[in-house]
Design a protein around this ligand. Structure first.
Ligand code: MN
Length: 288
């Protein structure tokens, strides 16, 4: 079975989530972000989004952005507004962080993917970002989903760590229901009994979503694994499983990262991963 080909259950989910369900015809939706020609998911390209967990400074953002661009990443990630488990952790630079991302885009040409945390910031973040990320904690924040739906910007919708695939697709339906079907799904690990990884990466979500939804799906191995040493094998597995891309945390100096330091790849590690992906992709009918 070729990548993107689907089984005979095709179309059965249409009543539950008619706008995002897999249809009899049409295949996977193409979702594009950035200035034309832009970056497209749902094509032969295995799209790599890379960058720091958080925007911390001008130098850290620019150095990391230029490095991932040089190594072949397609989009830049970086959090300006950070949801943190503890209110005392670094919570991002806010507006100033958005400005740094815009400067990094101007220099590298990479479209910017960044998280929006609440309804009142959607307009502000949409003014800077090429793609709005809905984080795992907000997957069922329905007023936020509707607001990004109305924004018209492409949306990266992460799976909640305790959400079923069906609940995730229903959340996507909330966005599409506002007239915006420019949605890319992102598997980022689910909560299980296993403690040796931060979360358990549910790679089966890739073929399951492929069979049930017409939206592209990518994988975030960084937050699932929680440790840098596990990121590359899981990223390679995502490509092999048929994902449309990955999102990877990369930092110019991982030991100094203000958030998610344990899982950030250094520039050298990211270079090795990109080289692996470039060599693997043609076997799977993809290019990186
Ligand atoms: Mn992070």
């Amino acid at each position: 079975v070729a990548i993107g080909e689907i089984d005979s259950t095709i179309g059965v989910d249409a009543p539950a989530f008619p706008l995002v369900a897999r249809r009899m015809e049409g295949g996977t939706l193409s979702i594009t972000c950035g200035a034309p020609p832009g970056v497209t998911w749902g094509s032969d390209t295995f799209v790599v989004i890379a960058g720091p967990c958080a925007v911390e400074s001008a130098e850290q953002t620019m150095t990391t952005a230029q490095a991932v661009q040089r190594l072949g990443a397609h989009c830049l990630r970086g959090g300006a507004f950070k949801p943190r488990t503890s209110p005392y952790s670094f919570r991002g630079l806010g507006r100033q962080g958005l400005d740094l991302l815009v400067r990094a885009r101007a220099v590298t040409g990479l479209p910017v993917v960044t998280e929006v945390l609440n309804v009142q910031d959607v307009e502000l973040v949409a003014g800077s970002a090429d793609m709005l990320q809905i984080g795992a904690r907000n997957m069922q924040n329905h007023s936020l989903l509707e607001e990004v739906g109305r924004s018209g910007r492409p949306v990266l919708l992460k799976r909640g760590p305790s959400a079923t695939i069906e609940e995730w697709l229903l959340s996507a339906e909330y966005i599409a229901n506002q007239g915006n079907d420019q949605i890319v799904l992102c598997e980022r690990g689910i909560r299980t009994f296993e403690t040796s990884t931060r979360y358990t990466l549910d790679l089966s979500a890739v073929p399951v979503v492929r069979s049930r939804s017409r939206l592209p799906i990518i994988v975030d191995p960084s937050h699932a694994a929680g440790r840098a040493g596990l990121v590359a094998p899981l990223a390679r597995a995502a490509l092999a499983a048929g994902a449309d891309g990955i999102m990877i945390e990369v930092h110019c100096s991982p030991g100094d990262a203000l958030s998610d330091a344990e899982q950030a790849l250094g520039i050298e590690q990211f270079a090795e991963l990109m080289s692996d992906l470039v060599r693997m992709a043609p076997l799977l009918g993809r290019t990186v």
